[in-house]
Design a protein around this ligand. Structure first.
Ligand SMILES: Nc1ncnc2c1ncn2[C@@H]1O[C@H](COP(=O)(O)OP(=O)(O)OP(=O)(O)O)[C@@H](O)[C@H]1O
Length: 594
């Protein structure tokens, strides 16, 4: 049995969106605690370290910033980028130039300028790279890193010849104080990331990493999300490069070589720098490993090779070291979720409400839709009307074309003829995420949920809008779902489906297409689902198209039924009439009811 469904639904102490990631791991601990611990560690280290240790600690703080940048692009958005140090090179270049040009504001302003210049490069790389994935993207970003290596290798960095050393701010002029400065910058970025992880953009990045299709269905622009990740990660890397220029006084192309970029990437992937502890561990490894390896006499290349092997292992398992630790932590937390009462299902099924279609054009209309895959016509001249405020069931045997129809209406299948109208207006020109934003939301037969987020965050992502703590709690209570802070990992498949329906409904879309929402449900869970689905039109002002094999669920919830067979509509009308039609029984129900 599902522990999450049994847990008390409204243990208020950790509910609400503000606490959505509270159960997601150590990063969920209160921010002030992290700041205090970090500040004490930096103060002690800066006080007790000798000059060579201070140099390595400063390198580590700079490397932490690089790791944060990998954590943004690869850790959060799932984009493989092998050119983060090229963005750092640009940041360092701009800082060097600002220093020689004596740009007012000192290193504080120069770092920002370096970060912004790197953003421009990030967008220039990000735009063409958007069409690429996996290895192709890795190759493209590596090619950029090599190209920039060649360009910067042929030029001298500003100040490199003239000996114009980068001026540190007066307050942080000594090596000891500069280490503190680098640690403060890394700390500020951690604070920014903490809030990013709790924002809609943070949720969107996690969803993009997990499933681009699901993200698009929730109205998230995958293009914009990835571009934002490129821009933000380039900004952070650019600042890291500028900090390095301040540390070394003058830098050269060798500090940011493409090979160094790949080594850093391997460490980041191995450790898992989307987590705060991972970014710190990665920074310390990056800075101290060469020193340790030197001291025990192992060749440096061997260490790089070991990280490479570790990174390949991570790519195979899909989980870094810190992800692994966090997963175990979350599992322990999930086991502690206290038992709760069963969800509120009425003992006797309520009679289906009589829903009259509302005035105006239909919520959704499909005209002469035809979809062909090679020689196979999956959807053949289909006309379908979803009146406002009603529930229409779409049924038919396996392979009848139901999912293809949903994919086409929602923009996931773009090669079709015919028309799709939302509220009387054509939406054929819109891509999937824009159709979702325009008001056509959908669920998937195969639900793919990021397990690293909490129930509250997933509800919000599925809703496609910011929900208040109250709205979140109310929606979870209505659907008999576990508290907002519960990690998704503790939620079973049937509950995840219900959670997706709850989240989609919470977005109050004009049209919602549910693809087999009852798959995998027990009979009790199906009864709860029937109750909630029945309420959706009235409560959320949403019209529903329901694809379902469970005929009793269709009978109990739908105002109209459309039956597909071999891509064609063979019957449509009120359930009582259609479901007793001999042609329908012959084509489908004969099988389905047995
Ligand atoms: N991308 C594709 N390429 C080729 N053929 C496809 C593709 N998608 C679906 N089909 C075919 O189109 C037909 C309709 O499939 P579809 O998945 O829409 O049926 P369905 O009614 O949703 O079935 P089920 O109830 O099993 O989900 C099937 O013959 C299927 O094999």
């Amino acid at each position: 049995m599902d522990t999450a469904r049994k847990s008390r639904p409204h243990s208020r102490s950790r509910g609400g969106v503000s606490g959505v990631l509270a159960a997601a791991g150590p990063l969920g601990k209160p921010l002030p605690l992290g700041i205090v611990v970090g500040a004490i560690a930096v103060a002690v280290l800066s006080a007790v370290s000798d000059s060579s240790t201070l140099f390595n600690l400063t390198s580590a703080a700079v490397a932490v910033v690089f790791m944060q940048s990998y954590g943004l692009i690869t850790g959060r958005a799932g984009v493989i980028s092998l050119c983060q140090l090229s963005f750092a090179a640009i940041g360092a270049w701009v800082v060097g130039w600002a220093n020689t040009a004596d740009v007012p504001g000192g290193l504080y302003v120069w770092l920002l300028l370096g970060g912004l210049a790197a953003v421009v490069a990030g967008l220039l790389i990000g735009l063409p790279a958007l069409r690429l994935r996996g290895v192709n993207l890795a190759v493209a970003t590596f090619a950029f890193a090599i190209a920039l290596d060649v360009v910067f290798g042929g030029l001298n960095y500003p100040g490199q010849d003239s000996g114009d050393y980068v001026q540190r701010p007066d307050l942080f002029d000594t090596d000891q104080a500069y280490f503190v400065f680098c640690a403060i910058v890394a700390g500020l970025i951690f604070v920014g990331l903490y809030f990013l992880d709790r924002s809609r953009l943070g949720g969107a990045l996690v969803e993009i990493r997990h499933s681009e299709r699901a993200a698009a269905a929730h109205g998230i622009s995958v293009t914009r999300g990835k571009l934002a990740a490129f821009a933000l990660s380039a900004f952070v890397a650019g600042i890291g490069g500028g900090l390095m220029a301040g540390q070394l006084s003058v830098v050269s192309a060798a500090n940011f070589s493409a090979i160094a970029s790949v080594s850093m990437f391997a460490i980041a992937l191995f450790v898992g720098t989307n987590n705060a502890e991972g970014a710190i561990a990665g920074g310390l490894l990056g800075a101290f490993m060469p020193v340790i390896i030197d001291s025990i006499g192992i060749p440096q290349d061997l260490a790089a090779l070991l990280f490479g092997v570790g990174a390949v292992q991570v790519l195979r398992l899909g989980m870094s070291q810190t992800d692994l630790v966090r997963t175990q932590y979350r599992r322990k937390q999930a086991a502690k979720v206290p038992p709760i009462a069963a969800p509120p299902v009425s003992v006797f099924p309520r009679p289906k409400p009589v829903r009259q279609p509302r005035k105006g054009p239909p919520a959704l209309e499909v005209r002469n839709l035809r979809v062909q895959f090679g020689n196979l016509v999956a959807v053949d001249d289909v006309n379908l009307v979803l009146p406002r405020g009603q529930i229409v069931g779409l049924v038919g045997p396996n392979g009848a074309g139901k999912s293809t129809l949903i994919n086409t209406v929602t923009g996931f299948t773009s090669r079709y003829t015919g028309k799709v109208l939302l509220d009387g207006k054509g939406i054929d020109h819109l891509p999937a995420h824009q159709r979702a934003r325009a008001g056509v939301r959908r669920s998937f037969q195969q639900l793919r949920v990021p397990t690293s987020i909490s129930v509250g965050m997933f509800l919000q992502v599925a809703a496609g809008k910011t929900l208040t703590d109250r709205e979140t709690d109310e929606q979870l209570r209505l659907f008999g779902l576990p508290p907002a802070a519960t990690p998704m990992e503790a939620v079973d498949v049937a509950t995840r489906r219900l959670l997706e329906v709850a989240g989609l409904a919470a977005g109050r879309p004009p049209v919602l297409l549910l693809d087999e929402p009852a798959a995998g449900h027990s009979s009790d869970e199906t009864r709860l689902l029937v109750e909630r689905i029945t309420e959706i039109p009235e409560r959320f002002d949403t019209s529903l198209l329901l694809v379902e094999h469970d005929i009793e669920l269709v009978r109990a919830t739908c105002d109209q039924v459309v039956v597909l067979d071999f891509g064609r509509v063979i019957a449509s009308g009120p359930p009582a009439r259609v479901l007793s039609d001999p042609a329908v029984i012959a084509a489908y129900l004969g099988d389905a009811t047995h």
